[in-house]
Ligand binder design. Structure first.
Ligand SMILES: NC(=O)c1ccc[n+]([C@@H]2O[C@H](COP(=O)([O-])OP(=O)(O)OC[C@H]3O[C@@H](n4cnc5c(N)ncnc54)[C@H](O)[C@@H]3O)[C@@H](O)[C@H]2O)c1
Length: 263
């Protein structure tokens, strides 16, 4: 789900490609589910299906970890959980701060999945003085005045930004200046960071737009050739509207062809 950019070369220093790193959490999620069901071993095909990955790619990915499985038996689930967790740095505790405790920040703070994966929410930070001290998910919200001391005192290296877009760069700059080297950004803006700082961006609306694109294509494929001709004629852009026709040719409620999302 996450889209992101990192300021790292395509291959990490230990020789694991970024694309493999990006798939490790998928394997880990599938393996954790097997572990919870006390499944002792798993074949590469079964695991690839559970993780939604091609099995040849999985075997190649695991070869970077030095894990080759046993012919006829497969991979040891517990050992792979340990290996991948260690590779991802999840065998240690990562304190994180969340900045911007509105609808999204509060929802993230209340999400139990971070703690179970080794991410401890060290503090919740917001600029609104009226929120200072109010409990959210069992933690008192701290004012942004304290941001630097919170980062230093808790040894925080990962910051989550859930502020409005207009505040995100300034929040990012303060986090980085205070020592944060990894940012998870939910605000719909591109952040500039110095060399050595990793930024991952999550934007659910982008994921929805991609789904909308595919839905539109599917609808287009279902359209008969005769309908397509009629739709194409209707989709001729009118002068001065600046509206591009939708590829799938579905009509909007007013009978016009809806615009595709702006680039
Ligand atoms: N990535 C996604 O999929 C996704 C989904 C929903 C919302 N968002 C984005 O997340 C952000 C938050 O959305 P929301 O609905 O929670 O908004 P919200 O208005 O409910 O909350 C924003 C919070 O940020 C605080 N804030 C403002 N400026 C700040 C600053 N300089 N430092 C610290 N805190 C500051 C506000 O006081 C407020 O509590 C928005 O940018 C929104 O577009 C992203």
């Amino acid at each position: 789900m996450a889209t992101g950019r990192t300021h790292r070369p395509a291959t990490r220093s230990r020789g694991i490609p970024e694309a493999t790193v990006a798939r490790l959490p998928l394997y880990l999620r599938a393996l954790t589910a097997l572990s919870e069901r006390s499944v002792p071993t798993v074949s590469s095909e079964e695991l690839a299906t559970a993780a939604g990955v091609n099995s040849a790619k999985l075997r190649k990915d695991f070869s970077y970890l030095g894990s080759y499985g046993t012919r006829g038996v497969g991979y040891d689930v517990e050992y792979l959980v340990y290996q991948i967790s260690r590779e991802l740095g999840l065998t240690q505790d990562w304190p994180v701060v969340i900045v911007g405790i509105g609808n999204l920040g509060a929802a993230l703070a209340n999400y139990g999945g971070f703690a179970s994966r080794g991410f401890r929410v060290a503090a919740l930070i917001d600029a609104d003085p009226a929120m200072a001290g109010k409990p959210v998910a069992g933690l008192p919200v701290r004012h942004t005045d304290e941001l630097e001391s919170i980062i230093t005192d808790n040894g925080v290296s990962i910051g989550v930004i859930a502020t409005p877009a207009g505040a995100a760069q300034q929040v990012c700059d303060r986090l980085v200046a205070a020592g944060v080297t990894s940012i998870l950004n939910f605000a719909p803006t591109v952040l500039s960071v110095p060399e050595g700082v990793d930024v991952r961006k999550v934007d659910l609306s982008i994921e929805l737009q991609i789904l909308a694109f595919h839905e539109q294509r599917k609808a287009g494929e279902e359209t008969s050739p005769a309908q397509e001709t009629a739709v194409a004629a209707a989709a001729q852009p009118r002068s001065g509207t600046g509206v591009r026709p939708a590829a799938g040719g579905r009509k909007g409620p007013d009978g016009d062809v809806p615009a595709v999302m702006p680039a």
